[in-house]
Write a protein that binds this ligand. Structure first.
Ligand SMILES: Cc1cc2nc3c(=O)[nH]c(=O)nc-3n(C[C@H](O)[C@H](O)[C@H](O)COP(=O)(O)OP(=O)(O)OC[C@H]3O[C@@H](n4cnc5c(N)ncnc54)[C@H](O)[C@@H]3O)c2cc1C
Length: 470
């Protein structure tokens, strides 16, 4: 007897949606993705991919700017005078994002997935209605639904973006020129990344932070390094100051702080968080439970409160990362289609803040250790002593490893370094595979290499004994 192919309908084609579609199709399901903006979602079209492309250019600018300190000069004895061709930079960013979305569409279609480019909403727990499409084609019936509608930038009532001077990060790539005096409101991950990138590209940057330090939710030692680097490079970091309002005055913007102070700039970039895209898509009618902030409540295998309806990605608010969205989507499909599935393990998620230097982290945090929630031995190895870092002229950063006292099991790590996003993998593998600091310490690292600091940090943990706790 041949069983009918299970039908899967997915609302939203970002990493949460399209990665799920690929898994479901490979498992033999009949899959439809309804997406309004293009596969890859905000991740590819407006958020992660464009920002990382911008940061590649800004990192190159930083490297070239360091050339004189590395003994390189133009023949006439002048330092290279680099400038940014903003239209070309932005055109490259947008073209790369569009091409990446196109590649995803080709890949997903090659697996037999049907893509409907339009808005959709839930009519009931088994039906997505495609907006503006009359008749049967406008309804997608399924055995299982996945909601992966993502999130959008939060807008403050007194700082409404106009797309010209007051901007969200989704509008910044339409600027015809590099912002001369950019005020970034919000010093979380997104704010810090854009502030770092635009400063490197040549903008005068002011960073308005409502907290005592930038990146308030990240490893404190790492945040201190980044703030020092920002200030040393001339960024105006305005701490403990809440932005109340942002107004446009001709060709400039004025940011009014809670203490009445006014900061003037040419542009203002608002990075004050995300709102889940979960309103007006029929979740309430269908009975899908959301939390007080509107995020869809899910368990560790991506089930919502409604049987047969799963959710993945930013709309769940679990961890707003593309890698997490993709994993939640895959897990949902493995679970729905009867495969053996490991519930998501958030303690194993590696993430990076793409400032210069980058901050990458995985596993337990220093804050959890300090609060006494985790007992760990902590060892921090400064990058300044690493021979490869000296050769490259890098002095800001460190490698930090957390290990369980007694057994030496690796519990977490933080790397602050150029390309820390690449360097964090061995620590992530160690956590995932239950390796000990001893095993890392005995692993050959290349000499000279930045990754040598990881094995050295592991050796230091051993040297001082894994029994000791600090
Ligand atoms: C500036 C920035 C930089 C980032 N950088 C990184 C990074 O370096 N690494 C990382 O891991 N993460 C990064 N992130 C986070 C990452 O972009 C998100 O976690 C990821 O996009 C979440 O994927 P998703 O599938 O949940 O949603 P999205 O990527 O937001 O996709 C949702 C899709 O659903 C569609 N949709 C919504 N509602 C409907 C509807 N009613 N009908 C049809 N379609 C609908 C949208 O059009 C969109 O295509 C960054 C985020 C920002 C803001």
């Amino acid at each position: 007897m041949t069983l009918p192919r299970p039908r899967i309908a997915i609302l939203g084609g970002g990493p949460g949606g399209y990665e799920a579609a690929l898994v479901a199709a490979q498992l033999g399901a009949e899959v439809t993705v309804v997406d309004a903006d293009g596969l890859g979602g905000s991740c590819v079209l407006t958020d992660c991919v464009p920002s990382k492309t911008l940061i590649e250019s800004s990192a190159t600018m930083t490297s070239l700017g360091r050339s004189a300190s590395l003994g390189l000069q133009l023949e006439d004895g002048q330092n290279p005078d680099l400038s940014v061709d903003a239209p070309a930079l932005n055109a490259r960013i947008k073209a790369l994002a569009a091409a990446q979305s196109h590649d995803i569409i080709e890949h997903v279609e090659a697996e037999g997935v049907r893509i409907i480019q339009n808005r959709g909403r839930l009519a009931d727990p088994r039906t997505i209605v495609v907006e503006g499409v009359p008749g049967p084609a406008g309804r997608v019936q399924a055995d299982v639904l996945l909601i992966a509608t993502g999130a959008t930038p939060r807008v403050l009532p007194d700082a409404v973006p106009d797309g010209e001077r007051i901007l969200t990060w989704r509008q910044i790539y339409d600027l015809p020129e590099l912002p001369e005096d950019l005020i970034v409101v919000g010093s979380g991950v997104t704010g810090a990344e854009f502030a770092s990138a635009y400063q490197a590209l040549g903008s005068n940057v002011s960073l308005v932070s409502s907290r005592e330090r930038v990146l308030p939710h990240e490893d404190k030692d790492a945040a201190v390094v980044i703030e020092e680097v920002f200030r040393r490079r001339g960024m105006n970091v305005i701490s403990k100051s809440r932005a109340e309002a942002v107004h446009r005055k001709g060709d400039s913007v004025v940011v009014t702080l809670a203490d009445g102070q006014a900061i003037k700039g040419s542009h203002c970039l608002m990075t004050v968080g995300m709102i889940p895209s979960t309103s007006g898509i029929g979740l309430g009618n269908a009975g899908v439970r959301r939390d007080s902030r509107g995020f869809v409540e899910v368990d560790r295998v991506s089930r919502t409160s409604l049987p047969g309806v799963y959710a993945a990605g930013d709309c769940t608010g679990v961890l707003l990362l593309a890698s997490v969205a993709a994993m939640q989507g895959r897990i949902a499909m493995w679970h729905a289609l009867g495969e053996a599935v490991q519930p998501i393990r958030l303690s194993h998620v590696a993430s990076t803040i793409f400032t210069d230097p980058e901050i990458a982290s995985v596993g337990v945090s220093q804050a959890a250790v300090d609060r006494g929630e985790v007992t760990a031995r902590v060892m921090k190895q400064p990058l300044a002593t690493n021979p490869r870092a000296k050769m490259g002229g890098f002095r800001d950063g460190f490698v930090k490893i957390f290990a369980r006292p007694g057994t030496g099991l690796v519990l977490g790590g933080v790397v602050v370094a150029p390309r820390a996003s690449e360097l964090i993998l061995p620590i992530a593998i160690a956590i995932d595979q239950n390796l000990t600091v001893e095993q890392i310490a005995h692993t050959f690292s290349v000499y000279p290499s930045l990754s040598g600091s990881i094995t050295e940090a592991a050796r230091s943990v051993m040297e001082f004994g894994t029994d000791a706790i600090i």
